[in-house]
Design a protein around this ligand. Sequence first.
Ligand code: NAD
Length: 507
Amino acid sequence: MTKQPATETAIPTVKLLINGEWVESAATEYRQVVNPATQQVLARVPLATRAEVDAAVGAAQRAFASWRHTPIGARLRIMLKYQALIREHSKRIAAILTAEQGKTLSDAEGDIFRGLEVVEHAASIGTLQQGGFAENVAAAVDTYTLQQPIGVCAGITPFNFPAMIPLWMFPMAIVCGNTFVLKPSEQDPLSTMELVALALEAGVPPGVLNVVHGAKDVVDALCTHPDVKAVSFVGSTAVGTHVYNLAGSHGKRVQSMMGAKNHAVVLPDAHKEQTLNALVGAAFGAAGQRCMATSVAVLVGAARDWLPDLIAKARTLKVGAGAEPGTDVGPVVSVAAKQRILGLIEAGVQEGATLALDGRDVSVPGYPDGNFIGPTVFTDVTTGMSIYTQEIFGPVLVVIGVDTLDEAIALVNRNPFGNGTGVFTQSGAAARKFQSEIDVGQVGINIPIPVPVPYFSFTGSRGSKLGDLGPYGKQVVQFYTQTKTVTARWFDDETVNQGVNTTIALR
Ligand code: NAD
């Protein structure tokens, strides 16, 4: 692979979006967007200045004054146009996403599609944002609620889903009548920016959607800005906890979706072939860089005998560049991510786990510089080892054997994370026991990655989530609106005045 000459002038700079204008940042610091398969530098991203953050929030604040009064029909028709545009441009944006993030083209299309589903659902805002009404709560008195937008909302997104996760956030915020400032991942903002451009084309007015780039300073500025009313964060546990505490202590509504350790519990009565396919796909697809990736397989009883077949199936996956046909496992996002994952694999070896499948020395013809790690499987793992306690976020599956379903449930419930889990079984009774007793936000039954469709909400729990209300679905309408309760009496001219009422009773 030839590398693009890395002269600063040849590399495009990612723009900010402020008040409907694409703005060249006055930043003095930049990060590079790098193709993880080739190390080609695709763009440079500015770390926006404080003045630019203020300008973006200011534009959003001014736009809110009129946008909040825009009729529902006008808002939802923008979403209808937006979903059509995303559909039309999906393949083009998927190619950009693969180039900057590394995942396969079909998975990049999936990334966009799962976000597109949220935009489709946003077009139902007419029914989603309805209040309640009770007639005659007292004589001639009615009570009703309004779900009103809250103002400027901010969103901070991770590298692993540069299409889906921004689309979890700004379409729902905007369609509720809010305005938005988005801070995309500085590692792969290019596909996000394509989706932002399509939102403008669909008719999102100037100032309603703004974008600033950056890292900690920009995030902290958004979390503490007096005009920002709500912050949505998706990313690692360390940063998510910081954002939750900082924004919360500045009076913001916050939802913080964080790291994970997702267990798949396999009972011996499960359909073997389907289960092994599901496990291998969920553990190694997207190079294990999904918040809902299966990172721990818990083999119960005789299902432990399936280990050789699990490893054999993992071995068949093709590691390669995401843009190459037939690739199953692309590179991890950066050189730093690869080093971190290799460090954890080495820690697993040092701590005494058995490296049953070692993906460290994989080589990919034509891509000598890519951040590749092949499927890696550890057995003989104990719960104190760092490969079990830490989120590896790479193509590494940890396998643990237990004797009973009860033991498996106890193991999963002891783990501090609560993002996703799955049970594989043909027994309805076992599945029902699992769904009832497991303390994890999202449960799959013979489904490895149970990410809910947008008419439900994303419901991670415990150490994987801070804040009550999750992304998309009905919960996010609650998150992006405040309830106003109106109690109204309309007298007709004949109504006899009942005199002064000095009690709290409605009469
Ligand atoms: P990250 O926490 O490094 O970055 C997320 C965002 O925070 C980025 O926009 C980044 O610029 C910003 N950021 C980074 N350091 C910061 C700091 N010190 N202060 C303030 N902001 C900072 O996460 P990532 O590596 O981009 O994404 C992977 C992580 O996201 C994994 O832990 C994964 O499990 C998690 N994730 C969770 C969900 C979920 O729904 N629970 C979904 C996707 C990803």
